[in-house]
Design a protein around this ligand. Structure first.
Ligand code: IMP
Ligand code: MG
Length: 174
């Protein structure tokens, strides 16, 4: 069944913001290398676009964790599905997320990645739903857009594994 999608953030606005955040990251990491950790699958479109806008040397790794089932509710259960390929010791790690909702996924990720001895860990997210935060201690360093509590799709985000490929951020009309 097809769902009706309402455009929330059009493609040109997403692109302009990703470019701006990429430039900010390039300035902040001047003279260093940045190790991007893409949180699969939702973070993949944003990570690729962001990486293209970063001018300091970039390395990439991928991790997959599960926090949601097929619906739109957080289960609170976070499990590693695919771990990183590379060690993190001494690296300037930047975790790239599609969206921070309750913050449970990120809070868990930070805890396990910290134990691997990176030089530092920062967080970059395409979207943030601050009103939904349960893990208040999670500090986000780079946010492209803060949005209200609406279920969104596109630019990597899915609804039942669909709509990740939309080039804009949309809201599912239910
Ligand atoms: P958290 O652990 O509650 O912060 O959930 C984070 C994860 O839930 C994100 O990485 C997404 O995969 C998923 N998620 C949260 N809100 C949305 C949404 O509005 N649309 C699609 N996925 C979402
Ligand atoms: Mg995700």
């Amino acid at each position: 069944m097809e769902n009706k999608i309402k455009v929330l953030i059009p493609e040109d606005q997403v692109e302009a913001k990703v470019k701006e955040i990429g430039e900010k990251i390039s300035r902040d990491y001047a003279g260093k290398e940045v190790h991007l950790i893409c949180v699969l699958k939702g973070g993949v479109f944003f990570t690729c676009e962001l990486a293209k806008r970063i001018t300091v040397p970039v390395s990439l790794d991928f991790m997959s964790v599960s926090s949601y089932g097929a619906g739109t509710q957080s289960s609170g259960v976070v499990k590693i599905i695919k771990d990183l390929d590379e060690p993190l010791a001494g690296k300037h790690v930047l975790i790239v997320e599609d969206i921070i909702d309750s913050g449970r996924t990120l809070s868990y990720l930070i805890e396990i990645l910290k134990q691997r001895g990176p030089a530092d860990i920062r967080i970059c997210t395409l979207l943030d739903k601050p009103s939904r935060r349960v893990k208040k201690e999670v500090q986000v360093d780079y946010t492209c857009f803060s949005i209200p509590d609406e279920f969104v799709v596109g630019y990597g985000l899915d609804y039942d594994q669909k709509y990740r490929n939309l080039p804009y951020i949309g809201a599912v009309e239910v």
